[in-house]
Design a binder for this molecule. Structure first.
Ligand code: ADP
Length: 527
């Protein structure tokens, strides 16, 4: 038997007085976190929740996220974390699709009105019987909705966790889904536990050498959930939470809390580099920072080099998907770093490259789609046997990402298959062009997409955020690329933007770039 909640329980037994969670001035020890989590489990049992029931949660990076997450697991139920940016009807879709019977939702405020959207969704889904609002006192007289602060304190602080098997589902993670509606990847207790343990081996994190994490990746997403939360709790590390990524605030916390471990998507590294000014004590941050991990999207080599220069730490790359718990490949800490590479398969995981008919592609530097097999592969897409059968065959899961392998077995992401541009019959990989654009001294960040074109089918277009104060023109940048790459590849148009659209995780949203002008999309990260 195996229950992922053991990570919290075990550390609470061994290090009860160690800080588990920090948010601003608020600090919770492992013993306090475990006691609150036990209260959540008792509350769920009292509400009639049974092992295997699906319980959704919409909550930013606050101590409540791990408390509720492990509480649900302790009760034997399945956690369904939802993206905090979803609106009412989207939340209702997820509650229905997962068959959630209870829902924890943060109240939020004017800038993040999750509570408002959550209540509207809850009323649309009759199968979801109970809603617990985090951070609200008033539930407007609806008897199916309870304020957590009103119903939690009376619950006992002891709980004996439900028995679960390694193959039982622990978490359902919804993938953003570029085609069709989002699908829920069903991850088992074994999937999630093994990935956290394997991560700690790679980070060299042990109970004797716990870390202080800066947690700014959203915990509803697989990357932060495994790398920060489950891996951190497994060895008694301290999680310092930052609910909304802000590079300046992140640097301040890194200095104040002596952060040793930072995991982020590439745009966060880009943000940190841009926010360094005279008020930041870079030496102090660099003295403490032991590990910097990037994942979720391709890390431009330029950013990797600049970060190593500034902070004295070589960023290690992780690659994976929600469906793979998520880490599948990782820089090999024992060998020289290979900039631009996502490394080698992690312990217990096999990787191969395949063609569209699942035939294995051999050979050095030949491009194929990454397929993965091992302890990290999800059970399947919840309630979607057809989609599961399409993506998993004989245990191998196909990722939709194109890569090549060098003579030493290191993998390099070429691009997402769906982002590939076909211009006049030639395959063009946006990542390659972005890497060239970003080396221009006046370019801060670049995103390349294909736009429809009468003559070539698709034409190459770049969106560029210039360095602050830089004077740069479209012809100059086109010329820069033309000099450095084959003529079928260089961008034919460049649009300057102050911000680019991002997902809640901080990944560039290329889908939105193709349908709207970057500047008009607005809400993204910019300078
Ligand atoms: P979402 O689409 O919601 O972000 P995932 O988090 O599962 O869903 O994203 C997985 C995708 O992220 C992968 O298929 C891949 O395209 C991309 N990705 C993850 N890690 C890397 C990496 N190190 N380099 C390049 N791309 C990556």
């Amino acid at each position: 038997m195996l229950n992922l909640s053991m990570f919290l329980e075990d550390s609470a037994r061994k290090y009860p007085s160690r800080d588990a969670l920090v948010l601003g001035e608020e600090r919770l020890t492992y013993a306090e976190t475990d006691a609150l989590s036990n209260q959540i489990a008792n509350l769920l049992v009292e509400s009639g929740i049974e092992p295997g029931d699906r319980i959704a949660i919409s909550c930013p990076n606050l101590p409540w996220f791990p408390i509720v997450y492990y509480g649900i697991l302790k009760a034997g139920a399945v956690v369904v974390p939802l993206n905090i940016l979803l609106k009412g009807s989207e939340i209702a879709y997820h509650l229905t699709d997962a068959g959630a019977t209870a829902y924890f939702c943060f109240e939020g405020g004017p800038d993040l009105p999750i509570g408002k959207y959550g209540r509207a969704a809850f009323h649309e889904v009759p199968g979801c019987r109970t809603m617990f609002v985090i951070g609200a006192d008033d539930t407007a007289g609806d008897e199916r909705i309870a304020a957590l602060s009103a119903v939690l304190p009376s619950q006992p602080t002891e709980f004996e966790s439900a028995v679960r098997e390694a193959t039982d589902t622990a978490v359902i993670l919804y993938t953003s889904g570029t085609t069709g509606r989002p699908k829920g990847a069903e991850l088992t207790h074994a999937n999630m536990a093994m990935n956290a343990i394997a991560s700690n081996r790679l980070f060299d994190s042990t109970p004797g050498r716990p870390d202080t994490h800066l947690v700014t990746l959203p915990l509803f997403h697989s990357f932060g959930q495994t790398v920060n939360m489950n891996a951190g709790f497994a060895v008694g590390s301290t999680l310092v939470m930052l609910p909304r990524f802000d590079a300046g605030a992140a640097l301040t916390i890194m200095e104040r809390e002596s952060i040793t471990m930072f995991a982020g998507v590439p745009t966060m590294y880009w943000g940190l580099l841009g926010a360094v000014d005279d008020s930041v004590n870079v030496t102090r941050i660099a003295d403490n920072l032991r590990r910097a991990i990037s994942g979720g999207a391709a890390l431009p080599v330029e950013i990797l080099d600049r970060f190593a220069d500034r902070f004295g730490v070589q960023i290690l790359e992780a690659y994976g998907l929600s469906e793979t718990s998520p880490i599948a490949l990782f820089s090999d800490p024992e060998r020289d770093p290979r900039p631009g590479s996502i490394g080698i398969p992690i312990w217990g995981v096999e990787v191969k490259l395949v063609d569209p008919d699942w035939n294995t592609i051999e050979g050095v530097d030949t491009v194929g789609e990454i397929a993965i097999r091992g302890h990290n592969i999800m059970k399947g897409y919840y309630g979607r046997p057809d989609a599961t059968a399409e993506s998993i065959q004989s245990g191998w899961f196909r990722t939709g990402d194109l890569a090549r392998r060098d003579a030493d077995g290191f993998y390099y992401i070429v691009d997402r298959a769906k982002d590939m541009i076909v211009r006049g019959g030639f395959n063009v990989y946006p990542r390659e062009i972005e890497e060239v654009l970003i080396t221009h001294p006046s370019v801060s960040l670049a995103a390349v997409i294909g736009v429809s074109d009468e003559r070539y089918g698709e034409e190459i277009k770049a969106y560029v955020i210039p360095e602050p104060g830089a004077q740069i023109t479209e012809p100059e940048l086109i010329g820069w690329c033309k000099e450095r790459m084959a003529s079928y590849k260089y961008p034919r148009s460049v649009e300057f933007a102050t911000a680019l659209p991002m997902t809640a995780t901080g990944k560039l949203l290329k889908r939105e770039l193709s349908s709207a002008s970057a500047t008009a999309v607005g809400s993204g990260l910019g300078q």
